[in-house]
Design a protein around this ligand. Structure first.
Ligand code: PMT
Length: 311
């Protein structure tokens, strides 16, 4: 744990992190009274800066689909959701409008003599926008969704810790669904050049240090009674199950969802201490646009209910 404390001390966090921390505390406080379960869904990849005044960085692969889609399904299952996501990765609800160019779907509603012109959505796009807007507004009215952004690995880890601690008073009603793609390597502040690395200095050699695994303090200290799901991303199929089981043995949490980079949109494996369950989409479901997250979240919600009933 010593490693971890050093990590938090050496990074300086922007003011937005403390603002987000306060928002998370308020959100959880509100839902202590509503009695509904609260899920922390993490999403997107973390950015690891190579320079103090950052021009270049290393990024982890993630578009944010898994997190954004899953957040919508948790909301549908009646959960309140803290969505901790990489800035500019996919977001719940707006992702459905991602293919639309904002300025192309709007028009000005006015006539020559009217000084109070307004902007409206063109009629062709109304059904699509209205559908998303209604669901979003309903969720907002119930204060069911809190969106918090991160950019760098340091910000992600700071907010993961802050949100976990904020959730701890909820006990087993809290669920953590850690779908973000988190870097395992970073450059400590004292070993990072302040200014842009110059190509005139010749080939670049990097030495990265290992990021301490957050799952250990998360499960043991920050939010010990919560239901925790981690994700395991591999590219070699022969490692997927063994690595997922290893994570469960090491961190003692409840579920690992294993997925392979190439097939992650149509199959995943849910691993618990006594079973492995493949969750798949059929060709028909794929062609109908069914999203695998609907099945993953249904299974997780079921398991969370059982977990709460045993406590
Ligand atoms: O966003 P998409 O494009 O839809 O892709 C989704 C996804 C493939 C990114 C997602 O499904 C996924 O697998 N996310 C986890 C990726 C990942 O970080 O895997 P990992 O094997 O490196 O880490 C395993 C677990 O350890 C993760 O839950 C992570 O939160 C945790 N971890 C990682 C690093 C670290 N320092 N501390 C941690 O606790």
């Amino acid at each position: 744990m010593a490693d971890l404390e050093a990590f938090f001390h050496e990074d300086s966090f922007p003011e937005t992190c403390t603002e987000s921390e306060n928002k998370a505390k308020e959100f959880v406080k509100y839902h202590e009274d509503t009695g509904i379960p609260v899920a922390l869904v993490t999403s997107g990849g973390t950015k690891v800066p190579l320079e103090g005044n950052t021009v270049r960085y290393i990024d982890n692969f993630s578009i944010g689909t898994r997190g954004a889609v899953s957040a919508e399904f948790f909301l549908q299952h009646g959960y309140a959701v803290i969505f901790l996501y990489r800035c500019r990765s996919l977001e719940p609800f707006t992702r459905h409008l991602q293919n639309l160019h904002l300025l192309d779907i709007l028009e000005v509603n006015s006539n020559e003599h009217d000084r109070n012109s307004s902007v409206v959505v063109k009629s062709d796009y109304c059904p699509q926008v209205l559908n998303v807007l209604k669901t979003y507004q309903d969720v907002k009215k119930k204060r069911q969704l809190l969106m918090l952004e991160f950019n760098t690995l340091g910000e992600y880890l700071y907010l993961l810790k802050a949100c976990s601690i904020a959730l701890s008073p909820l006990g087993n009603r809290a669920l953590l669904y850690l779908a973000a793609a988190v870097s395992d390597f970073y450059i400590p502040k004292d070993k990072m050049p302040e200014h842009k690395i110059q190509s005139s200095d010749g080939p670049l050699q990097l030495s990265l240090e290992v990021v301490p695994k957050m799952l250990t303090p998360l499960v043991m200290e920050w939010v010990p009674n919560a239901f925790v799901i981690s994700f395991k991303l591999e590219t070699d199929p022969s490692l997927l199950i063994s690595k997922s089981k290893q994570a469960l043995d090491r961190y003692h949490h409840q579920v690992v969802i294993g997925n392979l980079l190439d097939t992650r949109k149509r199959e995943v494996v849910s691993v618990t201490k006594d079973q492995e369950n493949w969750i798949r989409l059929t060709d028909k479901e794929l062609s109908l646009g069914v999203e695998i997250e609907s099945k993953i979240v249904s299974e997780i919600v079921q398991k969370h209910r059982t977990f709460c009933s045993h406590d």
